[in-house]
Design a protein around this ligand. Structure first.
Ligand code: MCN
Length: 813
């Protein structure tokens, strides 16, 4: 680990404390949604449209109602009165955005294959499934709008008739004399990239259980969700339930990757049905159902341009996006590209900047947040065009990056978009990554293979990325028209027995908050890490919270906890000073204890003070009994993690097969809380990024049927397909928060795709392949090589290929 600033002295923070949550997870003791069973519980099944676009003439549930075990069956119209206004979109990014009604169960039209059209409720899951097959829906199939650009053409089928267009919004950000600079620049590189549509694959599918208490009008909603707090607020509005009568519990959740950051039809349906029938209900998603009904990610066309000097110094960037929203706006669909909108200059200086994104409706599953959300797209565009620019001006990609880096800074520094980056030392990460990957050594091996005309060519790809996370100051979110705040909360209760309970507003689903939060609390309060219990994911236990997404939890919720501990220490100081008969100013916090200055034997520990606060026998005048504190933290800025990833590949030029020979990830997430968890986050993230670069893509047929509708044809890689990763860190503490932390949860997914694709393209340069798109499947690589050969663009033996001014990645749409 390369240290770029002195870390604070701590006992647990920064150490690899083993994950406290693992024993229950790996011994079958966890409480996932499908483990929940309530006496008298009914099963809910959702009938889905097989058509991408169809008018619904009628829905007949009468046969279903006659099936054994069936208790109820509903069409969309039957349930229309149960929701005031349909499912919400919390991020209307422009004033004139067109957002249609999104009914949990469609009424007039089905707008994607998988759109819910009817609901069946029965005594068992099997009875529900049998009855679902008898629901008779009279569909009138309509032409579908499937591809982004085609959906914008005149005469394209329109999804939402009331708008007369599939164009939902255009959001722009322009700084400086962009057009002028582009007109005058000696070098302009223009590229078109397509970021494939991806299907999230959490280990645990979604699921919902609702337990009503009809006499009290109360509901407990258990959901495999990332956002119990947001779900509670939105569902009480959608369903007209008094918010204080709705409790939301996220039990153990087996991954989400953004796909569980949503308010879904099935959640609204289950509460509505439990309310109607006054009985508990359960719905568990099947994997293939999830492929249709759970949000997808990405699906964005990016036109990226960079203006530069002759030797490759960047002057301005211009990015124009067309983003596929799918059939409806889900919770934050329109805002996903905006999460990347400020980052199309990456870690590089630029004088002017233009970003523009148009959101487009198509007859496909809605898109929304998927790990990285907007930032993988931005990073891909930036890091791919850096390689194109390097080729164009004849520089090594590492050298080109280095000469364009923003210089090292430790305090918030304004960049071209008007944002302030919290701190950055991009050269340190690059240096470390080049060293760990033996960059020079691989370049030599690459040249040897090129000289020899080897069938297997080596390629080296870089990605020196930045992301923006820790979302975010509430006022900034307001200016971006986001519907909620960016704060989070923590409560600490110091129990009389010396144990400590932390209730956090974050909602982990694989990120290890129980461990990290225990470390933060244990250090701050001077108690053993084992003595800290962390509670989360239940709105009755931790009512204040904004949940987990956007790699925000440690830099917002973790900091809230740190600050709550500060309040505990302040109160403990008052009590201890009284007990020790000194003034508060005579006490100092040393080695996890309150000590009278210069008198090491006159100390009070937090557990001791907690006991005194509980007995309340000898408290100073006006001090409330008990030792408990809550802090709600609204961060002053985002955090901006960064890093450098290097990927080395070997491409078989006869088969198109790519093998990763080496992968080095050097990330900078500020001060580390738990290096083991960080490594785990990077490993998982890089795996997902490699999957995106090499394997995964949602493919539809021309009628809008999802062809990659199961794990047998949507290619989620297993461990066997992935290389070993070398991970390391540089540490540039964030200036945003007192812990100096930045997020890490999405870094790998953001950094990896361009590193991999740059490597493949680097390998293929001498063969005349100018550009290649994701995923770099053997078929696509093979076709690119053959096309280049047919065009005769191969470089002479030993050459690396030259860049051109304008390229379109193969295989995009
Ligand atoms: N951490 C740390 N030191 C730092 C930064 C982070 O030790 N300087 C630790 C934190 O304490 C926390 C973990 O790393 O235990 C992740 O923290 P953070 O970066 O704040 O991210 P979040 O906890 O907010 O997690 C969200 C992020 C996102 S957006 C996606 S998507 C994602 C991810 O986390 N989905 C995941 N990681 C996942 N991991 C698993 N196993 N499953 C998912 O669904």
């Amino acid at each position: 680990m390369t240290q770029t600033a002195e870390p604070a002295a701590t006992k647990y923070v920064g150490g690899g404390v083993p994950r406290k949550e693992d024993p229950e997870l790996i011994t079958g003791q966890a409480n996932f949604i499908d483990n929940i069973s309530i006496p008298g519980m009914l099963w809910v099944g959702v009938v889905r449209s097989p058509f991408a676009h169809a008018k619904i003439n009628s829905v007949d549930v009468s046969s279903a109602l006659e099936m054994p075990g069936v208790v109820a069956a509903y069409s969309g119209s039957d349930l229309a009165d149960d929701w005031a206004d349909g499912l919400p979109t919390a991020w209307p990014v422009t004033e004139d955005i067109k957002i249609p009604k999104h009914w949990p169960v469609a009424q007039d039209k089905a707008r994607f294959a998988g759109d819910p059209v009817a609901v069946v409720v029965a005594e068992s899951r099997a009875a529900t499934k049998d009855a679902m097959e008898t629901v008779d829906v009279d569909y009138e199939p309509l032409d579908a709008a499937l591809e982004i650009e085609a959906a914008l053409e005149d005469g394209a089928p329109v999804l939402h008739d009331e708008f007369g267009t599939n164009n939902s919004y255009t959001w722009t950000l322009s700084v400086g004399e962009v057009d002028q600079i582009f007109n005058d620049a000696p070098v302009v590189v223009k590229e078109r990239y397509y970021h494939p549509r991806l299907i999230p694959n959490a280990i645990e599918p979604r699921g919902v259980v609702v337990q009503p208490a009809p006499a009290q009008g109360e509901y407990t909603l258990y959901s495999a969700t990332q956002i119990p707090h947001i779900l509670k607020v939105t569902l009480s509005l959608v369903l007209g339930i008094n918010e204080s009568k709705l409790r939301v519990v996220a039990p153990d959740v087996g991954g989400g990757f953004g796909s569980k950051l949503n308010v879904y039809s099935e959640e609204a349906i289950c509460v509505a049905v439990a309310r109607k029938l006054r009985r508990p209900v359960k719905w568990i998603e099947e994997r293939s159902e999830g492929y249709l009904g759970t949000i997808h990610g990405r699906d964005v066309i990016q036109d990226m341009e960079v203006a530069a000097t002759d030797d490759g110094k960047i002057l301005a960037v211009r990015a124009k996006l067309l983003a596929n929203m799918g059939a409806y706006m889900q919770l934050v669909s329109p805002g996903i590209p905006i999460l990347g909108a400020f980052l199309y200059h990456g870690v590089y200086s630029a004088d002017a900047y233009h970003f523009e994104c148009t959101g487009v409706y198509t007859n496909k599953t809605p898109t929304d947040a998927y790990r990285g959300a907007g930032r993988p797209e931005a990073t891909y565009a930036v890091e791919r065009i850096m390689d194109a620019l390097a080729k164009r001006v004849g520089k090594d990609p590492a050298e080109l990056r280095r000469m364009n880096f923003l210089p090292r800074f430790q305090d918030a520094t304004e960049v071209v978009t008007g944002l302030s980056f919290d701190s950055g030392n991009y050269e340190a990460s690059l240096d470390r990554a080049l060293e760990l990957s033996d960059y020079e050594g691989w370049r030599k091996k690459q040249q040897d293979r090129r000289n020899a005309g080897d069938v297997k060519q080596i390629g080296i790809g870089l990605s020196t990325y930045i992301e923006m996370c820790g979302l975010a100051p509430s006022q900034v979110l307001a200016s971006l028209r986001y519907g909620a705040g960016g704060w989070d909360a923590a409560t600490i209760r110091c129990l009389p027995t010396g144990k400590v309970v932390v209730a956090t507003g974050t909602s982990p689903h694989g990120q290890g908050h129980v461990t990290s939060w225990s470390q933060i609390a244990a250090d701050a309060l001077g108690v053993p890490v084992e003595d800290v219990e962390v509670l989360h994911g239940d709105t009755a236990v931790s009512p204040l919270g904004m949940d987990t997404y956007g790699s925000r939890s440690v830099s917002v919720g973790g900091v809230a906890l740190h600050n709550a501990a500060g309040k505990i220490i302040a109160k403990a100081k008052t009590i201890a000073a009284h007990e020790l008969e000194v003034s508060e100013d005579d006490l100092e916090w040393i080695d996890g204890k309150l000590q009278v200055k210069g008198a090491p034997d006159k100390v009070k520990t937090i557990p001791e003070v907690a006991f005194s606060a509980w007995t309340a026998h000898n408290l100073p005048e006006g001090t409330e009994p008990g030792l408990e504190a809550t802090h709600v933290y609204d961060p002053p800025n985002f955090t901006f993690p960064s890093g450098a990833h290097v990927c080395v590949v070997e491409v078989d030029t006869e088969t198109g097969m790519t093998k990763i020979l080496d992968y080095v990830a050097v990330d900078d997430c500020g001060n580390p809380i738990n290096p083991v968890i960080i490594d785990g986050q990077v490993h998982g993230g890089v795996a997902q990024g490699i999957a995106e670069a090499m394997y995964e893509e949602a493919v539809y047929d021309e009628s809008g049927n999802l062809l990659t509708s199961s794990m047998s044809n949507y290619r989620v890689p297993s461990a066997a397909e992935l290389p070993n990763f070398t991970t390391d860190r540089t540490v540039t503490p964030s200036s945003t928060n007192p812990l100096g932390v930045k997020g890490i949860g999405e870094a790998g997914t953001i950094a990896a795709p361009p590193a991999v694709v740059n490597a493949v393209e680097d390998a293929l340069g001498p063969l005349g392949v100018e550009s290649i798109g994701m995923p770099v499947t053997p078929e696509r690589v093979w076709a690119a090589i053959n096309n280049a050969r047919a065009k005769g663009t191969e470089a002479p033996a030993g050459g690396s290929g030259v860049g051109s001014a304008e390229r379109t990645e193969g295989g995009n749409r």
